[in-house]
Design a protein around this ligand. Structure first.
Ligand code: DGL
Length: 280
């Protein structure tokens, strides 16, 4: 299959980023998206920082040839640990996922922030929580490293009877922030377990990607499902603001990449099919 260049590259340790992809796909149905999940080496959340960085840079090197217009780091752990160094190395914009602590904190109360160990221990996450706590002094943010939760979801995503409750921290929070994209797969169950609102950052990511696309000189150029064009031609099209090819009106496919592409396509179709969101 010929993969057009210039789409948006989505990356996660495994299936978690599919929830981000689904939100972005709904918002920008005719943009070209690639998805790579490193499922065979997931979960990342308990690995040492150096190992996570090694995996991530190895993957970006592999897919750089697609000349992405942007990358969505659809993983809180990788955003927390690697986004700054990725931004230094690659010329395209990087949109990262971060726990939606500001959205939850504005209503105050006790807020559980569920994330991987690597995210919880990262400087970026600590500073995010400190800023939210400073802005909303009536909010008490309580981060929890949920050992084993992302890995279990990676394996059990299709087992709707599986009982996750032993993996959830105990307590009666006023709201819960899902600080790992894998947790969005069981958002409904987490909400039912705690009986309170749950927050994830996926809509925020879709907004940011949408704004980014809108601000391109030729908005859908390079993100459509038409023929790939050269870098030179791309410059000319942008300068001249030529009409978009008719093919942009068609819904673009998602290009699943790598060894686990069929698995990720299957999970995506089963979980986020348009005929109804089956997340539970
Ligand atoms: N989905 C990821 C996140 O948002 C990583 C989970 C993992 O691999 O441990 O943090």
């Amino acid at each position: 299959m010929r993969i057009p260049k210039g789409g948006v590259f989505f990356f996660d340790s495994g299936i978690g980023g599919l929830s981000v992809l689904a939100e972005c796909k709904n918002r920008l149905p005719n943009a070209t998206f690639y998805y790579y999940g490193d499922n065979a080496r997931a979960p990342y959340g308990n690995l040492p920082r150096g190992q996570i960085e090694r995996y991530v840079f190895e993957i970006f090197e592999r897919f750089e040839r697609l000349q992405p217009s942007a990358a969505v780091i659809a993983c809180n752990t990788v955003t927390a640990l690697c986004i700054e160094s990725l931004r230094k190395k690659y010329p395209f914009p990087m949109i990262g996922v971060e726990p939606a602590v500001f959205s939850a904190a504005k209503d105050g109360g006790e807020i559980f922030v569920l994330a991987t160990r690597a995210t919880c221990e990262s400087e970026r996450f600590r500073s995010l929580c400190a800023r939210a706590a400073e802005k909303y002094s009536n909010a008490l943010l309580r981060p929890f490293a949920c050992e084993g939760l992302a890995g279990t979801i990676e394996k059990r995503w299709n087992d709707h009877d599986f009982d996750y409750s032993a993996l959830f921290p105990q307590g009666k929070p006023d709201s819960v922030v899902l600080g790992c994209t894998h947790y969005v797969f069981i958002k409904k169950r987490i909400g039912e377990f705690y009986g309170c609102p749950t927050y994830d950052g996926n809509a925020g990511i879709a907004n940011r990607l949408h704004n980014f696309v809108d601000n391109l000189p030729n908005p859908l150029y390079g993100l459509n499902c038409g023929e790939p064009v050269s870098v030179e031609e791309r410059g000319t099209l942008r300068r001249e603001k030529r009409p978009l090819p008719a093919t942009v009106l068609l819904e673009a496919p998602v290009y699943f990449l790598g060894e686990q592409k069929e698995q990720n396509r299957y999970v995506f179709e089963q979980t986020f099919a348009k005929s109804g969101n089956k997340r539970g």
